[in-house]
Ligand binder design. Sequence first.
Ligand code: GDP
Ligand code: MN
Length: 377
Amino acid sequence: MKIHEYQAKQVLRRYGAPVPDGAVCETAEEARDHAAGLGAPVVIKAQVHVGGRGKAGGVKVARTPDEAFEAASAILGMDIKGLTVRKVLVEPALDIREEYYLGVALDRASQRNTVIVSAAGGVDIEEVAEKTPEKIARLSVDPVIGFRPWHALDVAKRGGIPPAALPGAVDLLQKLMRAYLESDAVLAEVNPLALTGEGELVAADAKMVIDDNALFRQQDLAQLREDEGEDPIEAEARRRGIQYVRLDGDIGVIGNGAGLVMATIDEVRMAGGKAADFLDIGGGARAELVRNALEIVLMDPRVRCVFFNVFGGITRGDEVARGILAAREGLDVRVPMVIRLAGTEAEAGRRLLDGSGLIPAETMQEAAAKAVQLARA
Ligand code: GDP
Ligand code: MN
């Protein structure tokens, strides 16, 4: 889950990180009043859940309250990468001399947290990473040893942070790491960390992404969720407690167990088709659960065929079949449904489906081939 810059800055402030004092405004009048209150040049920044706001015109410096009004008017309502700006952050403008990049991210490949530092921060960091990767230093954190001050110093030096800024950067890196760990984040970054004309280091921008699976124990952060910009079907699935990810094909996939669902999506692909979603109904196949799952999948108008792939372990095949039949009763299902049942009582389940108009299959390959064929028909 992404949180806004101003929210990430509030988190970092609690850890003692140097962040500007800002105010969130929803109207240009508020932005003007706040700028007048500060009595200094301000920066007006779009608060949307995407990066690259600077390049999109979503960050503007204003020298007077009237300019702040103009800038906020221009930014509020602006569309940045498909998201509409509804809030701006108004902060005292910084006299930026240099821009550095500091970040902590979860590296799934090494299963470790990685600290990333570069003295070539700012809006072109992606280009730096692509063209001059040697300007970006990384440090993979050993989970037993943890991230120690000497690690911070080492990675900051390798990232090219100049000597005068090293103590501040090392200090901020440790605070960033603490905020990242204690927030169950998968990403925490400051870009740019600004070196100002007065020689101070200030986090001019902040970004945090929180692990969705940890939100149950991050109640304060969980409150910050905004559905805006989220896929409406995914949002509905989340409200119903269903694991659903929308994809761009036309075969609605429903299975039990994340591994099986992923394998099903691959199988559809190998049969020449494309899955419309990932949906894991988990253990059990009570009619209510199956019905909810079917309803979610059918909300996507692109779905031309549904492919149920259920492996009976503790859940018995006949229960699943009954669940699917009961679920179908209350719904207006207009697309064919292919059902592959395997495992405990699969045979009994298939017998129950006889004559129901649902298309049974014994293997995943057979089911995938049928689903692809039906979606094309
Ligand atoms: P992003 O483009 O979404 O990453 O948004 P940033 O917050 O990083 O802003 C983009 C750029 O705007 C920064 O790299 C700075 O160069 C500039 N910027 C941001 N805040 C200030 C500020 O307070 N003063 C000045 N002069 N420039 C700023
Ligand atoms: Mn930035």
